[in-house]
Design a protein around this ligand. Sequence first.
Ligand code: AHG
Ligand code: MN
Ligand code: MN
Length: 334
Amino acid sequence: MHIGTTITQFIIEEQRKLTATGDFTSLLNDVVTACKVISKDVDRGALVGILGSAESENIQGETQKKLDLITNDVMIKSNEWAGHLAAMASEEMEDVYPIPPQYPKGKYLLVFDPLDGSSNIDVNISVGTIFSILRCPDGVENPTAEDFLQEGTKQVCAGFALYGPSTIMVLTTGNGVNGFTLDKTIGEFVLTHANMTIPEDTSEFSINTSNDRFWEAPVKRYVDECLAGETGVRGRNFNMRWVASMVAEVYRILTRGGIFMYPKDTKDPSKAGKLRLMYEANPMSFIVEQAGGLSHTGVERIMDIKPNELHQRVPVLLGSKNEVERLVAYHQEQ
Ligand code: AHG
Ligand code: MN
Ligand code: MN
């Protein structure tokens, strides 16, 4: 029986169109392997004693889960040896991870959130892995954080794996967005969602409303108008969803449209938002825009931001184009 297009076949065929060297295909294969390992770990959960807290803190001051550390290690071990990378960076590591001296170095940089939505792991709700691939600047042998601080528009590839009822990988290399489902019987991701596109309009929004009292006026206005429903200025009813795993929210938006917001708020004035630019906002923005959506802070397009540090936080408003544009207009009217 024909199994369909595997992710490896898909990437090789994409690369042939660009007469690429195969280096990138091989790098992506290693990322895919890591996500298969993580999918298996998430699936085994309590059976192998990997749920719960690790009782340590990351650079963001967040308590790390055991699986945050395990998945970070899986990403490193799968990607450090092959000679395609010059360095890596992750949510779970304060500094850049250099390629150990026993391995050859390559021309790409890999940035990742090894386990997104980790507060959901113990309650058995979908989590994921987000990654972004950048080019190492020419002539740089030992990349520092500075070399990673490239605008989102410079990404070569972005993707995420979603460990839900099915394990799904979503990818873009700047030529549309494609989704692959892990066929666990053969251990391969198979193309199941070709050319994913986000509808321009939506009646579904996504925001953590417990932060309502900390929001700025444009976000408050937008959400209030959605909540007012058909008798309000929008003239129609809106639905609301909040999974608290960005991977799951973005996947839902890719599937049926919607708007996702993690705006700047006044809860902690030292933070410009909750989500991190390099390994959450930028890769998701690349995917969303490649699928016809929009991704913005309210003030600027996320992928145009010149990053100033590896763990920088940004406000995130993304999804269906017409709704994001409306929300941006509310920011401009202020
Ligand atoms: P992470 O688990 O990598 O720290 O990311 C969690 C993020 C994101 O996935 C989600 O949208 C958001 O945090 C949830 O925030 P709240 O807990 O404030 O709802
Ligand atoms: Mn995350
Ligand atoms: Mn994480």
